[in-house]
Design a protein around this ligand. Structure first.
Ligand SMILES: Nc1ncnc2c1ncn2[C@@H]1O[C@H](COP(=O)(O)OP(=O)(O)OP(=O)(O)O)[C@@H](O)[C@H]1O
Length: 326
């Protein structure tokens, strides 16, 4: 049995409009996602911005309400909050966020930030708690005087280490890492990634590693799923995805990885342009097949107002033709 099984997970956001503010459409942020994570592995979830990766992560951890589907942990569906409590799911599954500055409370000292999950789940004595926080600081390579400092007094890489210390405090079985290094410089990225690997070896943790960067994912993940517009378009081992990509979207993402070898640059650019052209054609068909008049991002609540006036008018007209009051 896998550590966690995600089956046909959907998160649809309603779009309201018209005089009665009724639901006129849905943004299908996640639309039928299925994958499993094995104990001790790092599973990669890759896709461009807006493909639904973060919403998938939030639905798995329970920060976002799933419209339908199941997330099975220890044989039970943890979409039900009651099961989450019973199975110690909130203790066993932790998250690391991309933006360490906004995910760490700026008014709290590092001691309190790292101790927070311990206070929620383990109820240790004051001394035992302090000792544990000091051990965690040591594990992530920070000095004991960090205890009394605030998040803004650290660099981005150090803050991300603090996020990791907080996530591993309760010895979780799975850490969902949502773009954990994309805000960092390349050299610091490598440091944090290697460090995450070390923690994994030491503690036997699994990761769901979310990124838009196929270069980084290659370094971290054995199995990978490629996400586009709320769906997984391709999944497989690292070798399958990098050496024999099947889906045009995967090929396009791969072609976008910068080519460092100068002699291959021209060839690479040519290949990238060809793939981009095929993608544009298929992209159009993708929408037609789904019967959508506009790209998903354009019908989302946040983007609907940003439509050019003539397209917005056309959109409303199409909706009226479908019998929707708008
Ligand atoms: N609360 C919301 N209401 C309406 N639409 C939303 C909401 N949250 C996300 N979306 C839409 O869902 C889609 C997926 O968003 P999501 O943040 O999961 O993508 P992502 O792949 O994680 O992108 P990024 O890496 O930029 O965060 C986007 O089109 C976004 O506009």
């Amino acid at each position: 049995m896998s550590l966690i099984e995600i089956n046909n997970l959907k998160v649809h956001y309603p779009i309201r409009g018209g005089f009665w503010n009724r639901v006129v459409d849905n943004v299908k942020a996640v639309d039928g996602v299925t994958f499993n994570i094995e104990a001790g592995e790092t599973y990669g979830l890759v896709g461009e911005s807006g493909s639904g990766k973060s919403t998938t992560a939030k639905a798995i951890i329970g920060l976002e309400k799933a419209t339908s589907g199941t997330v099975t942990y220890k044989g039970k569906d943890v979409i039900q909050a009651e099961n989450r409590r019973k199975l110690h799911y909130n203790h066993d599954v932790q998250m690391i966020f991309q933006d360490s500055l906004s995910s760490l409370n700026p008014r709290k000292r590092i001691e309190d930030i790292i101790a927070e999950p311990l206070r929620n789940f383990e109820h240790l004595s004051k001394d035992a708690e302090k000792l544990r926080v000091l051990q965690l600081l040591d594990i992530v390579g920070l000095d004991p005087d960090a205890l009394y400092k605030y998040p803004h007094q650290f660099s981005g890489g150090q803050r991300q280490r603090i996020g990791v210390a907080r996530a591993v405090a309760t010895h979780p079985r799975l850490i969902i890492a949502d773009e954990p290094v994309s805000a960092l410089d390349l050299s610091v990225q490598a440091q944090v990634l290697n460090f995450m690997k070390k923690i994994q070896r030491d503690f036997g943790i699994s990761y769901l590693f979310i990124s838009h960067d196929l270069g980084v994912v290659r370094h971290m993940c054995k199995n990978i799923a490629i996400m586009n517009r709320g769906r997984i378009v391709e999944m497989g081992s690292r070798e399958d995805i990098y050496d024999h990509p099947m889906h045009i979207y995967t090929k396009r993402l791969l072609a976008a990885i910068p080519e460092t070898n100068v002699t291959h640059r021209k060839e690479h650019r040519q290949r990238r342009l060809e793939i981009e052209k095929i993608y544009q054609e298929q992209h159009q068909r993708y929408y037609d097949k789904d019967g959508m008049a506009f790209p998903l991002t354009q019908v989302s609540a946040t983007h609907a107002v940003a439509l050019p006036p003539d397209e917005a008018q056309q959109y409303r007209q199409n909706k009226r033709n479908e019998g929707v009051t708008i």
